[in-house]
Write a protein that binds this ligand. Structure first.
Ligand SMILES: NC(=O)c1ccc[n+]([C@@H]2O[C@H](COP(=O)([O-])OP(=O)(O)OC[C@H]3O[C@@H](n4cnc5c(N)ncnc54)[C@H](OP(=O)(O)O)[C@@H]3O)[C@@H](O)[C@H]2O)c1
Length: 283
């Protein structure tokens, strides 16, 4: 198993190509499942958020793990209620206290919330938090081309990553290309459609997997890797966490990649209709 391949980022650092998503991984059960991911399966990147109500659990994992802190990559996200500059700085500090660490390896603005109109201010806070040593790599999430253009133009600082919805029914190809144009690494959220859609049951994906003796989840992982997209699948099961990493012993053909691309449904394909210009998240 070789899942220690890395993406080089535009800020000079690097990230593993696969991380662990943690939506709904909470409490003592969540701690055990994240510990399994880290200790038994070798995950190093943990994707959390203030809104996932599990930053404390992530901290517990760090404390209980035998893996040194420097080898773990802890990533969290700024909630919508804290886009104001001072609130953003306090929120980053509060999240660090909750987790019990003194820096984030990566930290993202969770949603742009353009109707609130403060994402440039929030971006300035992340830029300064990085200067203060609170964050190593700063990035964004759910930012469309116009939001990226604005923060880059107004601050001169390009995010290192943009975490966006991406799965075969909503491949977000144009935005992946926009990210590439700016030298931003795309991270795919809900790569398996969060079991809200039936992408893991899709016959076309199953057939592609059968050619290689691989599961639909593994085909989707590979489709992302071969498109230079970082993936953060969530699994609370030790077996499925492992399965999602066993994707370095086969390669999809260009035809397979195009076939998967052709499953895109455009806007109606989004899992929960969360368009970044409309989605409101002010908690
Ligand atoms: N930035 C954002 O706005 C945003 C939004 C959504 C998500 N995210 C991040 O992205 C991560 C992943 O997205 P997600 O949690 O929404 O959904 P997901 O990773 O697409 O799907 C997770 C679901 O798939 C199942 N699963 C995992 N591996 C599987 C496999 N190999 N075979 C069959 N089923 C499998 C999991 O069940 P089990 O747990 O039982 O295995 C879970 O029910 C999140 O956890 C979060 O960290 C970010």
């Amino acid at each position: 198993m070789t899942h220690n391949e890395k993406f080089q980022l535009n800020d000079g650092s690097s990230l593993p190509k696969i991380g662990l998503g943690t939506v709904n991984i909470q409490g003592a059960i969540g701690v055990n499942s994240m510990l399994t991911a880290v200790e038994e399966n070798g995950y190093r990147l943990i994707d959390t958020s203030t809104n996932y109500h599990n930053e404390g659990a992530v901290g517990e994992v760090i404390r209980r793990s035998t893996i040194p802190r420097e080898q773990l990559i802890i990533s969290s996200k700024l909630p919508g209620a804290a886009h104001d500059y001072n609130q953003a700085i306090s929120m980053i500090q509060e999240s660090l206290y909750r987790i019990g660490i003194d820096y984030f390896d990566k930290y993202l603005i969770h949603w742009p919330l353009p109707m609130q109109g403060k994402y440039v201010e929030a971006w300035r806070a992340l830029i300064d938090a990085q200067k203060f040593g609170l964050i190593k790599t700063i990035g964004v999430s759910n930012f469309l081309a116009e939001h990226l253009e604005r923060i880059i133009e107004e601050t001169g600082v390009t995010p290192a990553t943009n975490q966006i919805e991406r799965h075969p029914y909503f491949n977000n190809k144009e935005l992946v290309e926009t990210n590439k144009k700016y030298g931003i690494v795309t991270e795919a959220w809900s790569p398996f459609g969060r079991e809200i859609n039936d992408v893991l049951e899709n016959e076309t994906i199953k057939e592609i997997g059968e050619k290689y003796g691989k599961s639909p989840a593994q085909v989707i992982m590979r489709w992302n890797l071969q498109n230079d997209v970082l993936i953060i699948p969530k699994s609370s099961s030790a077996e499925r966490q492992k399965e999602n990493l066993e994707v370095y012993d086969f390669e999809l053909t260009d035809e397979d990649l195009e076939t998967i691309d052709s499953l895109d449904k455009g806007e109606p394909g989004r899992v929960e209709d969360q368009h970044p210009n409309e989605y409101e998240e002010y908690v």
